[in-house]
Design a protein around this ligand. Structure first.
Ligand code: SF4
Length: 544
């Protein structure tokens, strides 16, 4: 039997809800039917919590590449309609909050006037196509994928052939050496490679499918094919057809492409792809090992491929920006960045194309806008999902908690190693806690007679050559205690780590029980009579 959303889609396509949206803007929030509330997602619109008439709206920014003119329009929307705030997301989108149905047509019209769209930002459809935020400016880049991303985005945009997929569907296309575009955790990960064929070098792409996080994380499987750039649209179309026609639809939580890939295996998936294409892609040849540093954060001042130009990547905690900051960023980008900005999948913002002679003035203007690039390692790559502030599924608050943890660690530790802290308000992993060095998953814990916000503390996730998901080390740690536990853990690394050992290697070297000991929850309990440490999840290896 089809699930509820499948029935809603059969009755009317999500893309056909726009006339209804216009009508609801006249008749009001109370008149929106539950079915159309679901379909509004196809226009990037979700009810925000509490469900009393406000909406979140997500805007797509393919590859995170946006003009200052477009960014200014987003800034004005945040300022004029969205309580002067917006969030940069892990798919390089922008999200607004506090919108009412009466505002939506004017906002959509304003965005469309500068070539931006919300269509396909949510719903069972191809989502924003992500990419490397320094495409075209990175000196070490293999291939500038901006044109390909735009072409494939345009192909799927509003395309009724692909507007009823079994679930959301995420493509990422990257041409950098670091694979910062996260191919391993997307439904389709497309990655530029350079290979030697006889006496010549050629550039093409490897394709992996079936990655994704949520409550059941999967790493994508390589299809073992090599595809030239001009063939990518055809490949994407055929893979999406497979998902549309063969993907599971019975249960929502089993409808992502990753479950089909896990059942079929890469070989069967490739055979199906070949039969749909009508031609056989070459097999992948060995290339350089997958980059270890798949989490390049792009923060700081960097020379570009173009002599005399630079980008500055600024840290934005949890992706939260004010409309005023966005307006200031638009002005900086227009004046110093050749009218361009980039968003990153770590919820940060880049100012590209700054000429050497403008650097000092541009830096002053960026700082005056409230952005900073000389920041601690704790800030550079950390991520927080939406959390209880606006998300219907959330159990805990996230963005404020991430800021509190970062500030605590900055005040108490000198830290020079890479570190990614990913905070999630529930198990769904929009904040990617499965791949953080430290992943925090929101939950509730009982303290005395009270239920309080808490986090499972998970450690050791990463993408790249040694990709793995986090291990849950301690469950249900009250949210206010997490920063102390993390400080204990990081101190243990500093005091007992081997020479040259990275934090991620330190985590790998220790058992769950040992890492639990390092978190030191019993020490915290000793100094706080209100806090009862949870029972250890594992017997520490040292006492076995
Ligand atoms: Fe909401 Fe959970 Fe996603 Fe966070 S991870 S945005 S709380 S659904």
């Amino acid at each position: 039997m089809a699930n509820k959303v499948e029935l809603i889609k059969q009755e009317k396509d999500g893309l056909d809800v726009y006339p209804d949206l216009l009508r609801y803007s006249q008749t009001g929030f109370e008149t929106i039917t539950p079915e159309d509330m679901t379909r509004l997602r196809w226009y990037g619109i979700y009810e925000q919590q509490p469900k009393i008439g406000h909406f979140m709206m997500r805007v797509k920014i393919p590859g995170g590449d946006i003009s200052s003119k477009q960014w200014r329009v987003l800034a004005e929307i945040a300022r004029d309609y969205g309580n002067n705030l917006a969030d940069i997301t892990t798919r390089q989108n922008i999200q607004f909050h506090w919108l009412t149905v009466e505002m939506l047509p004017a906002i959509i019209e304003k965005m469309n006037s500068v070539g931006l769209t919300t269509v396909g930002a949510c719903g069972d459809i191809t989502r924003n196509i992500a990419g490397c935020p320094v495409a075209g400016i990175d000196p070490d880049e293999i291939y500038d994928c901006r044109e390909i991303i735009n072409d494939i985005s345009d192909y799927f945009q509003g395309n009724k052939e692909f507007s009823d997929l079994p679930r959301k569907y995420k493509i990422t296309i990257g041409g950098c050496q670091h694979q910062c575009h996260q191919p391993q955790i997307n439904d389709v990960g497309i990655t530029a490679v350079r290979r030697r064929k006889g006496s010549v070098w050629e550039t093409g792409f490897h394709i992996c499918v079936g990655g994704g996080l949520s409550t059941q994380p999967h790493l994508a499987s390589q299809l073992d094919i090599f595809v030239l750039p001009e063939k990518l649209p055809e490949i994407c179309r055929a893979i999406t057809e497979i998902f549309r026609d063969d993907g599971y639809r019975a249960r929502r939580n089993h409808a992502r492409l990753k479950f089909l890939v896990a059942d079929w295996g890469a070989d069967r998936f490739r055979e199906e792809l070949i039969s749909r294409l009508g031609w056989t892609p070459e097999r992948a040849l060995p290339t350089a090992p997958v980059a270890q540093n798949a989490h390049s954060d792009h923060i700081g001042l960097h020379p570009q491929r173009q002599p005399g130009l630079h980008w500055i990547g600024v840290s934005v905690i949890g992706g939260r920006v004010s409309g005023d900051q966005m307006l200031a960023a638009a002005s900086v980008a227009k004046k110093y960045c050749q009218g361009v900005l980039r968003t990153t999948n770590q919820q940060n913002l880049l100012f590209p194309n700054i000429a050497t002679e403008d650097l000092a003035d541009a830096q002053n203007a960026i700082r005056a806008a409230g952005f900073e690039w000389e920041v601690s390692r704790f800030r550079r790559a950390s991520v927080a999902c939406t959390g209880t502030e606006f998300c219907n599924l959330a159990i805990t608050e996230t963005k404020g908690r991430l800021r509190e943890i970062i500030e605590h660690l900055e005040q108490n530790l000198v830290w020079n190693d890479d570190l990614r802290i990913n905070v999630n308000g529930c198990p769904n992993s929009c904040g990617q806690h499965h791949v953080g060095d430290i992943g925090l998953q929101g939950c509730l814990a009982r303290v005395g007679d009270e239920k309080v916000e808490a986090y499972d503390i998970c450690l050791g996730g990463r993408l790249g050559g040694n990709a793995k998901f986090t291990r849950a080390i301690e469950r249900k740690v009250p949210a206010t205690k997490v920063k102390f536990a993390l400080e204990n853990l990081l101190r243990a690394y500093q005091q007992t780590g081997l020479d040259g050992e990275k934090f991620s290697e330190f985590v790998d070297r220790h058992s769950d029980g040992e890492l639990g000991e390092f978190l030191g929850l019993h020490l915290i309990a000793d100094t706080d009579p209100d806090f009862v440490a949870p029972p250890p999840r594992c017997v520490p290896a040292s006492v076995e």
